[in-house]
Structures are given as C-alpha cells and as structure tokens.
Design a protein around this ligand. Structure first.
Ligand SMILES: O=C(CO)COP(=O)(O)O
Length: 254
C-alpha cells in the first residue's frame, strides 16, 4: 500500500517568526500521528530555522518550493540543489502552475529540474493540471499526458518511484472550488495510466499521486479515500497549524 504524503506549500507566506510558531503548534497537534508522511515547503528564508528546529526529524520532512537545475554559477537570484541539501531538504516542488503561468516555466525546463533533482537526491513533487478553458474544451487528459511526458522525459523507473506527482487543476487552486472526489479520482487514474505507459503497471502502482486545489479539513477525508489519491498538496489551509494537522490526520490509514 502507498503511504499517504501530505505536503504544505506555503507559497510566498510566513516570516521566520511565523514559521517557528507554526511548527511549535503543529508538532503538538501531530504528536500521536503515525503512518503518514508529512512535508512542509516554506519559503527559502524560513528553511534554515525550520531545518534547525526539526533536526533531521523523520516525522516532518522539509521541502523547497523551487530550485535551479545548474550546479553553481552566474544565476542571480537562484538556489541550487546542493544548497537545499545543506539544509536537509528532501523534497522539491517542481512545475507548480504558478511557476508555469507567472514565471513562464515550460515542460522542457521543468524536465531539467526533475532530472537535476534526482541527480542530487532531492525527490521531485511534479505538479500537473489543466486550466478551466482546457477542461471546458474536454482537453484535460491530453494536457496531463503532455505535461507528464514532457516533465518526466528521461526519468528511469527507479527514479519514477521516488517522484511524487501532484494533480492540481488550476481552476481549483486558491479559488475555494475543489474538484469533486470523482473528478479528482478520474484524473488520478489517468495520470497513473500515463505513468504505466512511460514505464510499466507495477512501477506506476508504486508512485504517489497527490491532489491539490482548495484542500481543507472538511474535504480531505473524502478526497484521500479515493483509490488513486495518495496525498494532498495544500496551499491556503496549510498556513494554520490546527487545520493542516486535521488534513494530515485524514491521511492516517484507517
Ligand atoms: O497550489 C496549491 C498547492 O500547491 C493549492 O493551493 P490552495 O490549497 O490554496 O488552493
């Protein structure tokens, strides 16, 4: 069985002080929780403090929201995989729709990051998802397939098992509109079918596929009960310790 993975994507929120106080409250809330993997992806500035406070905790892993695929050099404003590894970061979010839309990231650029992450022992959380126009035109499956094939080009079966896919329909991000559990399950099953085509069914069966887009304590259990939904990538609702802890608890095996 795939262990659920619940990740907080704090986006451009949380000062160091706010992150510290979140972690203090959150750890109390999840003291009894087992059987679920928890990831927090704060802004870069809060990573050193959280890394120090977590001290290599197995219970809460650190993620980054971005990085650049080159090893070092003249890339003003960028952060490398080795810099993240210095802070014991395990996961990195790649290809979030905000990076695709606002910062113009393409599938081939995203693919370079996925390959560089694996080469540096960072586990990618590769985000895919269609816009409202694409869904209304009935193209969502085609869009997912293009993003997956492009983003995962050259990724081996062993690496795919260490990759998390996040299905985030763009129309559900920050809008309060969640995909219904049936819509999400349908998309996740399609993602898994594409992964099976890229490798084989046994490999695809091991890959964890998160849902993201207005996940809240009130809808987490229903979403996480679907057969192909193996976790959540949570934005807004991950900024509050108790609410995020409730979502984490929805991922604990029954
Ligand atoms: O983009 C998301 C997580 O990466 C989802 O954001 P919201 O949970 O705020 O809709």
């Amino acid at each position: 069985m795939r262990k659920k993975i619940i990740a907080a994507n704090w986006k451009m929120n949380m000062t160091i002080g706010e992150a510290e106080s979140f972690l203090k409250d959150f750890r109390l809330e999840i003291e009894e929780v087992t059987g679920v993997e928890i990831v927090i992806a704060p802004p870069f500035t809060a990573l050193p403090k959280l890394s120090e406070l977590l001290g290599g905790s197995q219970k809460v892993r650190l993620g980054a929201q971005n990085f650049y695929f080159e090893k070092s050099g003249a890339y003003t404003g960028e952060i490398s995989a080795a810099m993240l590894r210095d802070l014991f970061v395990r996961y990195v979010i790649i290809g979030h729709s905000e990076r695709r839309q606002i910062f113009g990231e393409t599938d081939s650029f995203i693919n370079k990051k996925v390959l560089a992450a694996h080469a540096s022992e960072l586990k990618p959380i590769l985000c895919v998802g269609e816009t409202l126009e694409e869904r209304e035109a009935g193209k969502e499956k085609q869009v997912l397939e293009t993003q997956l094939r492009g983003g995962l080009a050259g990724v081996s079966a062993e690496q795919l098992v260490e990759t998390v896919i996040a299905y985030e329909p763009v129309w559900a991000i920050g809008t309060g509109k969640t995909a219904t559990s049936a819509q999400a399950q349908d998309a996740h099953a399609h993602v898994r079918a594409v992964l099976a085509e890229l490798t084989d069914a046994a490999t695809a069966d091991k890959v964890r596929i998160q849902y993201g887009g207005s996940v809240k304590p009130a809808n987490a259990l229903e979403l996480l009960s679907q057969p192909d939904i193996d976790g959540a990538l949570v934005g807004g609702a991950s900024l509050e310790a108790r609410g995020f802890a409730e979502i984490v608890k929805a991922g604990v095996p029954a």
